[in-house]
Design a protein around this ligand. Structure first.
Ligand code: BG6
Length: 485
């Protein structure tokens, strides 16, 4: 059902995220009848557009990025919701003008989406509060990166929470908005089949991969001071790990879910200096070719330092020190310019206690549950069956559930889902402050060791599966990454 009436303030209205993700998501929500007729979008930015100028800009830049057909009349109707106000985020007077643009109606939801550089989060929140736009129906959505270490994340959180209560703060991790990630919770907590096996007695190890074939895509300046650990591991990969590893929450309320995720992050074993060398691998892509197309090395990308030591690839072994997972390694990896775009979780179960039947040559002997999150969305449960023929040999075969084929309904994009949740006031898929803080605590020793280590990240050819050291990392435990099995 549609949202309540709302005003959405889009800070960074002419930025990349607004153009690529937020406006297309709002359009899709509108086209699906999810937005209240009295839902208004006020975009804010430095560029001196008027309403019509901004709408024309959206038509030229955002509309072509929308998947599927966009009907002209429906697009014009959508644009009627959208207005633009030039604003300097550090100028209090501009916020007086902004408040003057909003209807005085106590009951309307007010969502301030900060799709800006994090340096602007504090001044924007302060300036909103100064004109009373932090009232009880107001919410603020914060885009990542929320800081670059524990101290800076704390400083941002303190500045925001000086003006907004925690229940008004929506920290986005768009991976939690993905249908496939929520489906993972449904699979775990909706079936009797998996949960009894979902523990150290039956699970041997877990792999979580987010591989990208893209490079830094014009974001060299940002990426070179960020790197894969901060860009992907501290947030997206750890959120996936939490959803795999958390205990069933008491209910599906925001705090019940976030309490359980927090317990997982707090139970992650901290890396000692010597563990960083033994249990993490960082890489950086060299020139290579992705799907037959030659691509340059990371260091030759625009706005990247020619001697950059920023990692574009990370693989590491995480361990969760709790009763359910003690002794089960979680292998995490992510990288840019890898062989393909794929996000997947592989649960490797233990071998049977006694092998009664022989396995066909080269056949994996244990059960595996492979959960593909993107681009395809499917689940494969690898089981052993009898190989056809006279003998009695086992062969691996997969039971498969393909979500796109099985369920015809349209799947909302992550940003669409999360924007609608923010407008409706549903915090369940947003991060609480303490989760982010614990995640930084876990990541910081790795950052510190890497910063002190003069060795550059291991080079890997663009289009490969990453540095050889990442294969060795698993090999030392007698394991191999999924595609190497
Ligand atoms: C973003 C990172 O948070 O996630 C990007 O900043 C990355 O570097 C992106 O490309 C990946 O998201 P998705 O949804 O395309 O897998």
């Amino acid at each position: 059902s549609p949202t309540p009436a709302f005003d959405l303030l889009l800070f960074g209205g002419t930025g990349d995220l607004a153009m690529r993700k937020l406006i297309p998501a709002l359009w899709q929500a509108d086209a699906a009848g999810q937005l209240h007729v009295d839902g208004r979008i006020l975009a804010l930015g430095r560029k001196p557009f008027d309403d019509d100028g901004y709408r024309a800009w959206l038509t030229a830049h955002a509309r072509p990025l929308i998947a599927g057909d966009v009907d002209d009349a429906a697009w014009r109707r959508f644009l009627c919701r959208v207005r633009y106000l030039p604003l300097d985020a550090r100028a209090p007077a501009d916020f007086v003008a902004l408040a003057g643009q909003l209807p005085i109606d106590e009951g309307r939801a007010l969502v301030a989406y900060l799709a800006t550089a994090p340096e602007l989060f504090a001044p924007i929140c302060e300036n909103l509060a100064a004109v009373g736009l932090n009232h009880e129906h107001a919410r603020v959505v914060l885009e990542k990166p929320l800081g670059r270490d524990l101290a800076s994340a704390n400083a941002i959180n303190d500045a925001v929470l000086a003006h907004f209560a925690e229940r008004q703060v929506y920290r986005i991790d768009h991976y939690l908005g993905k249908e496939s990630v929520q489906n993972l919770m449904a699979i775990r907590f909706g079936n009797v089949l998996f949960e009894p096996l979902w523990r150290r007695e039956w699970v041997e190890h877990v792999e979580i991969t987010i591989a990208e074939d893209l490079g830094v895509e014009g974001r060299g300046e940002f990426y070179d001071r960020t790197g894969a650990l901060r860009d992907m591991v501290q947030n997206h990969l750890l959120q996936l790990l939490c959803i795999v590893a958390m205990e069933p929450p008491a209910n599906m309320g925001a705090d019940a879910i976030r309490d359980e995720k927090l317990k997982v992050v707090s139970s992650l074993r901290r890396f000692r200096p010597r563990d960083v060398a033994a249990r993490t691998v960082r890489g950086q892509y060299a020139a290579g070719s992705v799907r037959g197309q030659p691509v340059p090395a990371y260091r030759d990308e625009p706005d990247v330092a020619p001697d950059s030591r920023t990692e574009t690839y990370v693989a590491l072994i995480a361990e969760i020190d709790n009763w359910r997972w003690a002794g089960v390694p979680f292998y995490l990896r992510t990288g840019k310019r890898l062989a393909e775009r794929v996000a997947e979780i592989v649960i490797h179960f233990r071998d049977v206690p006694h092998a009664l039947l022989p396995s066909a040559a080269g056949c994996a002997t244990a059960n595996r549950l492979v959960i593909h999150l993107q681009p395809e969305e499917n689940i494969r449960l690898h089981v052993l069956a009898k190989a056809p023929g006279d003998g009695m040999e086992l062969q691996s075969a997969a039971l498969e559930l393909d979500f796109t084929q099985r369920f015809a309904a349209r799947r909302a994009d992550a940003y669409e889902r999360l924007l609608l949740d923010a407008i409706r006031g549903n915090l369940a898929l947003f991060m609480r402050r303490d989760e982010g803080v614990e995640a930084w605590r876990w990541v910081e020793p790795i950052l510190a060791e890497w910063a002190a280590d003069p060795t550059p990240p291991a080079p890997y050819p663009a289009g490969s599966w990453g540095p050889a050291a990442a294969s060795r990392l698993l090999y030392q435990d007698r394991h191999a990454w999924h595609e190497e099995c």
